[in-house]
Every structure is written in structure tokens, then in C-alpha cells.
Ligand binder design. Structure first.
Ligand SMILES: Cc1cc2nc3c(=O)[nH]c(=O)nc-3n(C[C@H](O)[C@H](O)[C@H](O)COP(=O)(O)OP(=O)(O)OC[C@H]3O[C@@H](n4cnc5c(N)ncnc54)[C@H](O)[C@@H]3O)c2cc1C
Length: 545
């Protein structure tokens, strides 16, 4: 055990591990990269997090770098949950609901809390966290906040950050702060602090004031954007100030979250679901735009293209037998309505039926939970595709999460088909296209040099395309190491310089998850590419003491 690990073991309540087994486990997340940590820490409480950060800061002051990567369940698709220093694994101990006010629905949670568990508890109080990701069963609340996760209900309810009210955060030097929206007077008090916290408030305020116009015009106009840092929501016109939106979606690069207080929504388990089958993708795109424009939006508009349906049919002919029409469609939409009020629900359903009739599509409409489950199978069939592999040729998360303005969606889809055809790649598309967000996993063999080169060519071309269409390279899954190098394709040099300055304010010694977001380069990430891809790490790895 190294001196650093030994020191930490002596001073922390939580376990410290350096075994080859633990290091191997934490060397991968859900991305195409691998990077082994030197130490794994399982903090028992905030004090453990604070002490670890303080120690890393003191070492950095003496020129010795040992970075910290906070980690939930490691389902991150971008290589943001791996790092070569200390992995701080939260699910082992810091996994509790601290407080739940069943009247207001406000919930305070530790970051390592399993998202599915939080949701189950909330359901018993008729509440829920609506921006839950599809990985809800495995992932943590801390990971969702750090990625600003979104899910199929986000079209109606928004993203994780829309619900986070306040955070407790351990800063790079070990100081603990509490963020929330501060009124002008409270903010002025913070500006007067002589601590690192005070320095952060002063420097961020100065950065925002000096670059107001660049910040106002610098972001793409899309429904979800996790690319870079969110500087737009910090200082409002009324003079109030909140660092929370900066930490949300920052992938542990600005500080480590130790407590999250979030609002929730009223939960209605009774839904009505449509499956609509279109002969052409374009018609599905048009219809989804009309559905999105409804005064009361559906709670999901999910898309699956014909390629995916055909592929699933090939792999498992029984899987969708009951739900697909006789002729294979060009695309399918799954539309969900969860309005609790009878009158409103009837109105929404009437509008949806009318829109679908315009396209004379074959439609199924269900309100029985068992039958609803069958319709959702169409969307969940992506899992069959993702778990399929032909020897080493595997579907990979490379360009899986771009978003464009909805009126550019069809252009993105046709250009994506064309690009994949040129590169001779199999492609199937799906996702919450109601907001212009498209998911796809091209099939590649990472052990082949040709395919490794193809992966980067594909990313280069795809991200230029998305940027030209006015979109963002990262909608729900964030940048990490994967898309960090492409931030300069999306943003102007002025915006990139602001992001870099911001990172320096919070993390002058590059302790907080370096190599992720702004500090990622193509050269760095090339060397981290795995030779073969699997999701083997998704079992629980807990300390054995
Ligand atoms: C099958 C599958 C489906 C998915 N579907 C979705 C989806 O629908 N929507 C979506 O948004 N994402 C999705 N994802 C991506 C990912 O699952 C989510 O973003 C999830 O919220 C990450 O949670 P986690 O606990 O696994 O975090 P991790 O992967 O462990 O970490 C994610 C990021 O959060 C940081 N982090 C974790 N804890 C803290 C902390 N306490 N303080 C500071 N930073 C921290 C990490 O450093 C890392 O940068 C999916 C992934 C998979 C495998």
C-alpha cells in the first residue's frame, strides 16, 4: 500500500483499498475507455470526503498530484467515472435518504443513494423524481446530478437540474459549502468571505459580468445541453446568485457533491400509451413535432427506427411478434400520457388521436398496465441490440447523444444514415426525438486498428454535422473524456476560454476529475481506448470489511 493510501486509511472512517481487484473493477465505466485508479476510497461521511480533498490539495501545493474522481455506479457513457488517482465510491456508505418532507415532496439525499430506491420510496408518498435516466435501476442520485441526467419524461418535466434546490459540496481544498439561490443581500455576504468559497463567488461573478454577452449568445438553442458548463443560470436579473446549476452537470470537475436537496413531482402511475407505426421516418419526425407542440405535452415521445426493429426481429423473432404490425414499419413512436386530471387527460388524448389520424398510421392505444408493458417493449428492444455482439464487433457509445433543434431533426437523421453508409457501418436509431435528441450505437471492433480510426473519423464528422445544424454534442449523457475534445467544435474560442477560466477558479491544481470536459484532448483519450468492450463492471463492488 502506498504512503498516500496508508495515510488515508489512518485518517478516514471509510475503507481505503489498493488491491488489484478493486483497481481493475473501477478501471472502467460504461464508456469505451479504461483507466485504473491507484486508490479506492469508500467515504463513510462528508468528513471523509473533506479530509481526502484537503490531503490531495496539500500534496498538490507541494507539487505531488493525486486527482479525485467521484463515482456513483459507474454507468457513465463518457469515461467521466474513471480516473488514475483516487476513486471515491459513494454507493457503499453514503447512500441514505436524509430527509423527506411528504407534504412538500422535498427530499434530501446522499449522493450514493440508488436512484431506483429513491424513486420507490417517493412512490409510496405519491411523489417522484421525473427526470430519471433509463439506467435508474443501477445508477445513483449523485451520478444523475453530476451528469444532469434526463429521461423519457423530460419532454414534459425537464431535466435533473430543474429540480435540484441546493447542494452540499466539498471544494477542491476540502472546504464544505452549501449552494442555493441567494438573494442579493445573502450574495453580498458571500462576496465578503475571506475563504476559498468567498474567492469562488467573487471570481465567478467577475467572470460572468465581464463576459455577459458571450455567455448569453454562446449556447446552442436546444432542449437539453450538458456540453461544457452551465453559466447561463447562475446570476439572474434580480441580482440573485446560485452556484447550484454550475455543479449540476459538471461531472465532478468543480467539486464533490455530498448532499442533494431536490424538489419532486406528484406521481400518477396510471398512464395511457400509444404505439404508432409509420411507413417513413420523416412522417414520424413531423408527427413528433406536432405532439411536442401540444399545449399539454405527452409525458414521453420516443422513437425507434425500422432498422432497429428489423435487427431485433432478426435476433429474436418472438420478442416483438405481438406488437408489431404485419408489414415492418419505417419507424415507430411510443407516446405516453400521464395527466392525472380526467378532463385534461381526455383533451390530450383527443389531440394525440387527431394528429395520428392525419398520418393514417396503424396505432395501438392501451391503458391496461400489462398491455402498456408490451408497447414499451418496442422502445426497450434497444437493449437486445445493445447486448448483441458478433464476436468482437459491438455496439458502442460513441456518438450516442446528440441533440438538434426539432425542425432540424429529419436532416440529422438522413445525414446520419448517409454518414454511416459511407463508413460502411450498421446503424439503428432511437431516442426521445420529441426534443430532437437522437441515440445511436455504431457497431465496431475496438481490437481492429481500422475500426479504432473509424471511431474517431465518425466522431469528427458527426459532431461537425450536429454543430452545423445548431445542435449540441451532449444532450443527456454529458461530455466526459469522450466529447470533451469536441467542445471546441461546438463552442467559440471565447466560450471555451470562459470554461477554462471557470475550471481554474474551482480547481487551480487540477485535482477534481482532470481529463474530463474542458481538459480532455483527443491525444489523451486515444491512449485510453479499450481493446474490447463489455459492461462487466455493472455488478456491485463493495468493500469487504
Ligand atoms: C443502459 C444505460 C442507460 C442510460 N440511460 C440514460 C438516460 O436515459 N439518461 C441519462 O441522462 N443518462 C443515461 N445513462 C447514463 C448514466 O447512467 C446516467 O447519467 C447516470 O445518472 C449516471 O449515474 P451513476 O451513478 O452511474 O454515475 P457515475 O457513472 O458513477 O458517474 C457519473 C458522473 O458523475 C460524477 N459523480 C458521481 N458522483 C458524484 C458526486 N458525489 N459528486 C460529484 N460528481 C459525482 C462522476 O465523477 C462522473 O463524472 C445511461 C447509462 C446506461 C448504462
Amino acid at each position: 500500500m502506498s504512503k498516500v493510501a496508508h495515510y488515508l486509511q489512518e485518517h478516514l472512517l471509510g475503507e481505503v483499498m489498493t488491491s488489484a481487484d478493486a483497481r481493475r473493477h473501477f478501471a472502467t465505466d460504461n464508456s469505451i475507455f479504461t483507466l485504473a485508479p491507484s486508490i479506492v476510497v469508500y467515504p463513510r461521511n462528508e468528513n471523509d470526503v473533506r479530509k481526502t480533498a484537503r490531503f490531495a490539495w496539500q500534496l498538490a501545493e507541494r507539487g505531488r498530484m493525486i486527482p479525485i474522481t467521484a463515482r456513483g455506479s459507474g454507468t457513465d457513457m463518457t469515461g467521466a467515472a474513471i480516473g488514475n488517482g483516487i476513486i471515491m465510491a459513494f454507493p457503499a456508505h453514503m447512500n441514505r435518504i436524509v430527509e423527506l418532507d411528504s407534504k412538500s415532496g422535498i427530499i434530501t439525499m446522499e449522493p450514493g443513494l440508488n436512484y431506483g430506491r429513491a424513486q420507490q420510496t417517493l412512490h409510496t408518498h405519491e411523489r417522484f423524481l421525473p427526470a430519471y435516466p433509463a439506467s435508474i435501476e443501477y445508477s445513483t442520485i449523485g451520478g444523475a446530478v453530476a451528469n444532469n441526467a434526463a429521461g423519457h419524461k423530460s419532454i414534459k418535466y425537464g431535466v435533473t437540474g430543474d429540480y435540484v434546490k441546493s447542494l452540499r459540496v466539498v471544494l477542491a481544498n476540502g472546504e464544505v459549502i452549501e449552494t442555493k439561490r441567494l438573494h442579493k443581500r445573502e450574495f453580498n455576504k458571500k462576496l465578503g468571505l475571506t475563504t476559498f468559497e468567498g474567492e469562488i463567488y467573487r471570481s465567478v461573478d467577475k467572470l460572468i459580468e465581464e463576459h455577459k454577452e458571450v455567455i448569453e449568445k454562446g449556447y446552442p438553442s436546444v432542449a437539453y445541453n450538458t456540453a461544457g458548463y452551465n453559466l447561463a443560470g447562475i446570476k439572474l436579473k434580480d441580482g440573485s446568485f446560485d452556484l447550484t446549476p454550475l455543479f449540476v452537470g459538471s461531472q465532478g470537475t468543480l467539486g464533490i457533491v455530498t448532499e442533494i436537496t431536490s424538489e419532486t413531482e406528484a406521481y400518477n402511475p396510471e398512464t395511457i400509451v400509444f404505439a404508432a407505426f409509420f411507413d417513413e421516418v420523416q412522417k414520424a419526425c413531423d408527427a413528433s413535432k406536432k405532439l411536442r407542440d401540444l399545449a399539454q405535452r405527452p409525458s414521453a415521445i420516443e422513437f425507434v427506427d425500422g432498422n432497429l426493429l428489423r435487427k431485433v426481429q432478426e435476433l429474436n423473432p418472438n420478442q416483438l411478434k405481438e406488437v408489431l404490425p404485419g408489414t415492418m414499419p419505417g419507424a415507430a413512436l411510443i407516446i405516453e400520457v400521464d395527466d392525472p386530471a380526467d378532463r385534461q387527460r381526455k383533451k390530450t388524448l383527443k389531440h394525440i388521436r387527431k394528429i395520428l389520424e392525419e398520418y393514417s398510421v396503424e396505432t395501438k392505444e392501451e391503458s391496461d398496465p400489462h398491455e402498456i408493458g408490451k408497447l414499451w417493449k418496442i422502445r426497450h428492444a434497444t437493449a437486445t441490440l445493445l447486448s448483441h455482439s458478433n464476436k468482437e464487433v459491438k455496439p458502442l457509445p460513441l456518438i450516442e447523444d446528440a441533440i438538434v433543434p426539432v425542425d432540424k431533426l429529419y436532416e440529422l437523421i438522413t445525414a446520419t444514415y448517409a454518414l454511416c453508409k459511407t463508413l460502411q457501418l450498421e446503424v439503428a436509431l432511437w431516442g426521445p426525438i420529441g426534443e430532437g435528441n437522437l441515440h445511436l450505437y455504431p457497431f465496431l471492433n475496438l481490437s481492429e486498428i481500422g475500426d479504432r480510426q473509424k471511431a474517431f473519423k465518425l466522431m469528427d464528422e458527426y459532431y461537425s454535422l450536429v454543430t452545423k445544424l445548431g445542435g449540441s454534442i451532449s444532450a443527456q449523457h454529458n461530455d466526459g473524456r469522450l466529447r470533451g475534445p469536441y467542445l471546441s467544435t461546438l463552442y467559440s474560442p471565447e466560450v471555451i476560454a470562459i470554461f477554462e477560466a471557470l475550471k481554474k477558479i474551482f480547481d487551480p491544481y487540477e485535482i477534481m476529475n482532470p481529463g474530463v470536459k474542458v481538459s480532455a484532448t483527443k491525444e489523451n483519450v486515444r491512449s485510453l481506448l479499450r481493446n474490447s468492450y463489455s459492461l462487466g463492471h455493472l455488478y456491485n463492488h463493495m468493500p469487504r470489511s
